[in-house]
Design a protein around this ligand. Structure first.
Ligand SMILES: NC(=O)c1ccc[n+]([C@@H]2O[C@H](COP(=O)([O-])OP(=O)(O)OC[C@H]3O[C@@H](n4cnc5c(N)ncnc54)[C@H](OP(=O)(O)O)[C@@H]3O)[C@@H](O)[C@H]2O)c1
Length: 277
């Protein structure tokens, strides 16, 4: 293989990639990177207000992208989105399941014990992360199954390997996402086509809306004791930046990983490798 053949593997021209949670911090950055590599991208989110900012970041290639409203927990809205996307771009080649998150009401604290975590909040976290990955995989995975080709990329988390303190539902839900990644990889390769692959990335700690309140002090911006503990436990001594995800995302979506399915790739600055001693 020479460098032009290698570059060709990462040329996504003519490929259509759907990104749920595409107006979020990580989903939006991944969307911009993929448009930059030639892909047509459908940003799918329940609230499209932030989409305009992301489309502007994509200039002069914003015509390769479309923002479509859908709730990852509402299968009919996903089916409707799939119709709109296929009408615009013809078909769907890849799905990135980036919608997910945690919430303070599902997080233990000095004021909220595990025993008092409200059922609604726990269910919200399970549903968003796990069901919110399964339902888009049903809708867009079916399009892939019909043509025998495609890639699904899920977003798991560090806490899928070993649970992190304070976030029981988020940890269990992301463990479910990793488990589902393996399950669907096997099911779809054996039952539909070995050319449909399902993998996941497990980001370490990236400062975004969902964890900023846990890792930094709202007033001063200084690290909380939890934020400090994470940095101390990360051999690379920093939080991740969205662009740290790009290499693994492009690899797993491209034919460069044609024989890779059912894996969960940590992108964590060494956090999961470090025993603490
Ligand atoms: N940040 C990290 O350190 C980290 C680490 C490991 C894994 N992850 C995972 O990476 C993914 C992206 O996280 P992020 O940090 O970029 O979070 P984010 O900025 O909150 O993005 C998540 C996006 O999903 C959308 N969303 C929520 N519920 C939805 C629904 N029912 N239907 C459709 N869209 C919905 C959110 O919309 P709203 O704004 O309207 O809620 C938001 O745009 C998540 O799965 C997260 O769990 C993040």
């Amino acid at each position: 293989m020479n460098s032009s053949q290698l570059n060709h593997l990462y040329d996504f021209s003519g490929k259509t990639i759907v990104i749920t949670g595409g107006t979020g911090i990580l989903g939006g950055e991944i969307a911009c990177a993929l448009v930059g590599c030639g892909a047509n991208v459908a940003i799918l989110d329940r609230n499209l207000d932030p989409a305009q900012r992301i489309l502007q970041l994509m200039e002069p290639r914003a015509n390769q992208a479309v923002a479509v409203g859908a709730d990852v927990l509402d299968i009919e809205s996903l089916r409707h989105a799939a119709e709109i996307i296929q009408e615009k771009f013809g078909t769907v080649h890849c799905l990135v399941n980036a919608a997910g998150g945690n919430q303070p009401q599902a997080t233990t604290s000095a004021n909220l014990s595990f025993f008092d975590l409200p059922t609604d909040a726990l269910r919200w976290v399970f549903d968003l992360n796990l069901l919110g990955t399964i339902l888009p995989s049903q809708v867009f995975g079916k399009v892939m199954a019909e043509k025998g080709d495609g890639v699904i990329l899920n977003i798991s988390s560090m806490n899928a390997f070993r649970p992190l303190t304070r976030v029981p539902a988020y940890s269990a839900a992301k463990a479910g996402v990793s488990n589902f990644t393996q399950w669907l990889a096997v099911h779809i390769a054996q039952g539909y086509s070995p050319r449909i692959r399902v993998n996941a990335i497990a980001p370490g700690f990236f400062l975004t809306r969902q964890n900023r309140f846990l890792l930094t002090d709202e007033q001063s911006g200084a690290l909380t004791p939890r934020g400090r503990a994470i940095i101390d436990h990360t051999p690379m001594s920093r939080f991740g930046q969205p662009e740290d995800l790009f290499g693994a995302v492009l690899w797993l979506l491209s034919p460069a990983s044609a024989f890779v399915t059912g894996v969960v790739v940590p992108i964590d600055g060494g956090f999961s490798a470090y025993s603490g001693v």
